[in-house]
Design a protein around this ligand. Structure first.
Ligand code: GDP
Length: 361
């Protein structure tokens, strides 16, 4: 799937850079362009693609300091500048736009949903979000920002792929120290997904194309991306169990949003040497995904790669019912309630789109 990436805020810019690097390193060519947008000049300095500094009139290139309402405001005022940078980059070949942002801060948290809304208004291609949830032990400002951004971003984008910063954290590792590792994990998942939709026709038996990604995300809302890999035996027949167990791991332990397995739709991509991918294994793995997600809309396909390993990438669409998401929303709503010091409103949000969290825009 030929994609244009727009990284908003610090985390958005860094993750976008990682996505660009991964796509280049692997020689996939699915990422057709990238732009970084920020209110903080310093965070744009190291990005190896075009950047737009917004809100100079308000914050003088110093960033919005975690104020996501200000982040949303600045983006509203400067959307036109950002859109002008995109002109000519969104060519006929581009099949989707991804707006990438950390949801806990200010610029990305507030700006990404506004930008997604404007992009969806102007362009015909789907506009997806790739959003990062703050870890459990980040402060309450991050939780509230992310709760409000999540709700607004999911509404404005065609779908929002979520990454929980706690998902890829090694035991005992500090969150900040782990950001680069988290970004690499995300880049691998998203990079393989996008590249799978780019496969040359006729190479594999049943290759994936971009419309399968679009259809899997069609119900909108929240999505998650899982990945796992294992050594492959040279003969396809010996890899049946490997494909099934790798798929299981991708969903159960390798997901960007752990425990989000109740889904509206899913796409299973099995990547590896075409001679080593067993049809029977792919079919069994697809059945397993159907049972695990409770969805009858499970698509499947191969991603032919020359590798001694087999990998499973699983895109789950419509996972808002997940417990993990609920517990995040509860955390964010409680943090907002205590910020408002409204003790009487003790009933935490029951739905991800709950009115307990104020809309950002
Ligand atoms: P902004 O520049 O105002 O949009 O704020 P940030 O992008 O720094 O957002 C802060 C949030 O993003 C916090 O929840 C951080 O945990 C998270 N974050 C910051 N940098 C990174 C990063 O490189 N990777 C990941 N995964 N999360 C990050």
């Amino acid at each position: 799937m030929k994609t244009l990436l727009i990284g908003v805020g610090q985390a958005g810019g860094k993750l976008t850079r990682e996505l660009v690097d991964y796509d280049n390193r692997m020689g996939f060519g699915a990422v057709r362009g990238a732009v970084g947008v920020n209110t903080a000049a310093a965070d744009l300095r190291d990005l190896p693609f075009e950047t737009v500094l917004v809100g100079r009139d308000r914050v003088n290139g110093q960033g919005v300091g975690g104020d996501s309402e200000l982040g949303a405001d600045v983006m509203e005022t400067h959307t036109r500048e950002v859109l002008a940078t995109l002109e000519g980059r969104i060519t006929a070949g581009i099949e989707s736009i991804f707006v990438v942002a950390g949801l806990g801060g200010g610029t990305g948290s507030g700006g990404a949903p506004v930008l997604a809304r404007e992009l969806a208004r102007v362009y015909d291609v789907p506009v997806y979000g790739l959003g990062i949830l703050p870890g459990r032990d980040e402060g309450s400002m991050y939780q509230v920002n992310a709760g409000r951004s999540l709700k607004t971003f999911a509404r404005e984008a065609d779908a929002l792929v979520l990454v929980d910063n706690d998902a890829f954290r090694s035991v005992g590792e500090s969150l900040t120290g782990g950001f680069d590792a988290i970004n690499r994990e995300v880049a691998k998942r998203a990079g393989l997904l996008l590249a799978a939709g780019e496969t040359v026709e006729g190479v594999g038996e049943s290759v994936v194309d971009s419309s399968e990604i679009i259809n899997t995300l069609r119900s909108g809302g929240i999505a998650a991306l899982g990945y796992a890999a294992a050594e492959a035996a040279p003969e396809a027949g010996e890899n049946i169990n490997t494909v099934v167990s790798t798929t299981r791991q991708a969903v159960l332990t390798g997901s960007s949003l752990p425990d989000a397995t109740d889904a509206d739709a899913a796409l299973l991509i099995v990547a590896g040497d075409p001679d080593a991918v067993p049809r029977k294994g792919v079919e069994r793995a697809r059945k397993w995904v159907e049972e695990e997600t409770g969805s009858l809309q499970v698509r499947g396909g191969d991603f032919p790669l020359s590798s001694g390993r087999l990998a499973a990438v699983v895109l789950l669409g419509g996972v808002e019912r997940s417990e993990r998401l609920q517990s995040f929303i509860d955390r964010a709503s409680e943090a907002q309630q205590s910020e408002k010091s409204d003790e009487s409103a003790a009933d935490p949000a029951a739905e991800w789109a709950s009115d307990d969290l104020d809309d950002l825009v």
